[in-house]
Write a protein that binds this ligand. Structure first.
Ligand SMILES: Cc1cc2nc3c(=O)[nH]c(=O)nc-3n(C[C@H](O)[C@H](O)[C@H](O)COP(=O)(O)OP(=O)(O)OC[C@H]3O[C@@H](n4cnc5c(N)ncnc54)[C@H](O)[C@@H]3O)c2cc1C
Length: 228
């Protein structure tokens, strides 16, 4: 098994999103003649300040998110986004399973291909390095054992002839997955309001802040009110 950290990748967005929003928004006031090379910044700022958010729906952004299955289960609850997700029905993890390292587990375990040795209750890296699970804190050891056993059992089912869609029933929430999320900017605003909040799951917040930092770099005027 391989432990990795969650990550995000910007894929694409409406070209010149602020100009797109301004062009749509000025139709409301028939003030298209006021459009200049730089007018969109102040125009969109005013729209956002007045909560005239229907206009920001005219621009959208897409991200690829690498996180665990527990977190994508939460992301897909945002019904107005569009999704494409790695399928556990069709993807075969016979070669080994990747898991997302939760932020509360020591990063020292990264990186490397680890195999659980149930007899010695240890994890072995490909290069021969060994981690005795009893030397780790108890909860980390429980989590790593579960990841290792899940990998062993999944592979044994596939080798016995089960298809990935059958064997997936024993996969755990920490399984790494990838999802492409597309949404208009109003939908992303709703997402940040809910998922950057302290009430959100810590791994969800980890992803939400990565996304927020990135989108703020690209469209600060729309997302400035959210603190990264
Ligand atoms: C801290 C936290 C804890 C949570 N805990 C749970 C839990 O224990 N159990 C659980 O089931 N879920 C839980 N959720 C998920 C939550 O119930 C929502 O499904 C999720 O946050 C998506 O929110 P949303 O409906 O606003 O988003 P979207 O589905 O993207 O919708 C965006 C907005 O569009 C409008 N909208 C969308 N669909 C409709 C509709 N059919 N009718 C009217 N208006 C609509 C609403 O204004 C909505 O806010 C939790 C979420 C958070 C943030």
């Amino acid at each position: 098994m391989i432990l990795i950290k969650p990550s995000i990748e910007f894929l694409w967005a409406t070209p010149d999103p602020l100009q797109a929003i301004e062009r749509a928004g000025r139709i409301c006031y028939k003030s298209e003649d006021k459009i200049t090379d730089t007018s969109s910044i102040e125009f969109v700022k005013r729209l956002v300040a007045r909560d005239h958010l229907a206009m920001v729906e005219h621009a959208s952004a897409s991200y690829r998110i690498i996180c665990d299955r527990g977190i994508t289960h939460e992301i897909v609850r945002h019904r107005l986004f569009s999704f494409a997700q790695e399928s556990t029905r069709y993807c075969n993890y016979l070669g080994g399973i990747q898991y997302i390292l939760p932020p509360w587990v020591d990063e020292k375990l990264l990186p490397g291909d680890l195999k659980l040795n149930s007899q010695n209750d240890s994890l072995e890296y490909e290069d021969g390095n060994v981690i005795e699970l009893s030397a780790l804190d108890k909860e980390t050891a429980v989590w790593l054992r579960a990841c290792g056993q899940c990998e062993e059992q999944y592979i044994s089912l596939i080798k016995a002839g089960w298809t990935p869609q059958q064997a997936r029933s024993i996969l755990i929430h920490s399984l790494k997955t990838e999802i492409v999320v597309t949404g208009n900017l109003r939908q992303w605003m709703n997402f940040f309001e809910l998922r950057c909040d302290k009430a959100a799951h810590p791994q969800m917040r980890e992803i939400a802040f990565m996304l927020l930092d990135d989108i703020k770099e690209k469209m600060a005027v729309v997302f400035d009110k959210y603190e990264g």
